[in-house]
Each structure stands twice: as structure tokens, then as C-alpha cells.
Design a protein around this ligand. Sequence first.
Ligand SMILES: Cc1ncc(C[n+]2csc(CCO)c2C)c(N)n1
Length: 223
Amino acid sequence: MTTFSDRARQDTTALRDRILELPFNRELAAGRLSRQRFQFYMIQDALYLEQYSRALAIASAKAPDTRAMEQFARSAQGALIVERALHEGFFEKFGIAPVEAAQFAPSPTCYGYTNFLLTVAHQASYEELVAAVLPCFWIYWDVGNHIAADTVPDNPYRAWIDTYSDPSFGQSVNAVIAIANEAAERSTEARRVAMLNAFKRSAQYEWMFWDSAYREEKWPVSA
Ligand SMILES: Cc1ncc(C[n+]2csc(CCO)c2C)c(N)n1
């Protein structure tokens, strides 16, 4: 039987390869990504995580069973606690006060991605929401492992690489994949197609998020 995650993987093979090949990720692996670019990414990611955590909390509230509720509630907390600790470590290293991150405005891509997730969370089905939050886990696990396999000693971004290639993170990735597969199985084909579309849109935004950090994306006009 073809599961939702099999279909999702097949439909995004080319895009996922393109994510691994992005200059941001290649340079991160080699330890030669500029601090400026990484710092831009960290600030945007802090803004992203706050909204992503809300989307996960809504997934928890909508989940049909306590196991999925717990998984999403834990991940919603993880997005705020674990990832914030990672960020604060880097902010300290780069000499940015953590409160300063909140003073930055989200980039167009960050804004687009978080608004997409929150729109799905509030307006679409639970199944589509699960599909929309999955690339965040799955693609980071792919990227984390890919980078961990060919990084250099003393990489200044080691803590980032370790977080996303840690087996405990792999366990939560597998748990969310299993939840998405169960949700798809219980659903209709029309809804599974909607799930695939939500998954693909988030995967595109994941590519865009790294690309926008590399370009240090600004709003093209100010108000
Ligand atoms: C743009 C962007 N996408 C995905 C992640 C990774 N991530 C964020 S929260 C979470 C689950 C709970 O810890 C994971 C895997 C990120 N940091 N930034």
C-alpha cells in the first residue's frame, strides 16, 4: 500500500534535492556560511517558530486521539523551548540580545510561510494541517543528516547540525510521519490530494526560507 508519506516523498524528490544543494546549506555544511547570513536566518527563524508553534498547538487541539494531541503539544513546546535555546546560544555567540529578535519584522518569505500555516490551521481540515506542518520536521531531518554526513570539524554551526541530526529528533519526525499517514488513511482521496498540496506548498516555503536568508531578503518597498 502506498502511504501518504510515500506519495509526498515521491512528489517532492526534485525539490528536496534542490534544498540540499542550496548555497545556504552547502556553505553551512562547509562552515563557511557568512555570519551575517546565518544571523539573518536565526532572527527570521525565531519569528517563524513563534507562529509555527501556534500552528502545532492548533493541530494538538484538533487531533482525534490523545497520542497525536500529545505529540503536537510536545512539538509546540519544543518549537518554543528547544529551538529558542539553540537560537539564544547563537545570539550570544554573535552578540545579539535575544529580545532584539522580536524587534525585527518578518521577511516577505517568513511572513508568507507563517501566514500560510496559520491559514491552514484556522480554515482547513486537521488532515491538511498535519500535512502542512510535516515538511518542517521531515526536511530538517533530511538536511540535518545530509549536512552532518559531510561537515567539517570545528564547524561554527555545529549546534544547529547536531540538533537536526540527533536521533531523538528523528523519533519525533517518524511520529509525525506516522500521524500524517494515519490521518490520510482515515480520510477521502479528495482530502488526501488536498493534503499533498498543503505538503508541497510548505516544502516550497522551506526552500524559499533558506534562499531568502541567503539573499537577506528585504521588503521591496517600505511604508
Ligand atoms: C523555517 C524552519 N522550518 C523548520 C524548522 C525546524 N523545526 C522548527 S520547530 C520544529 C519541531 C519542534 O521542535 C522543527 C523540526 C525550523 N527551525 N525553521
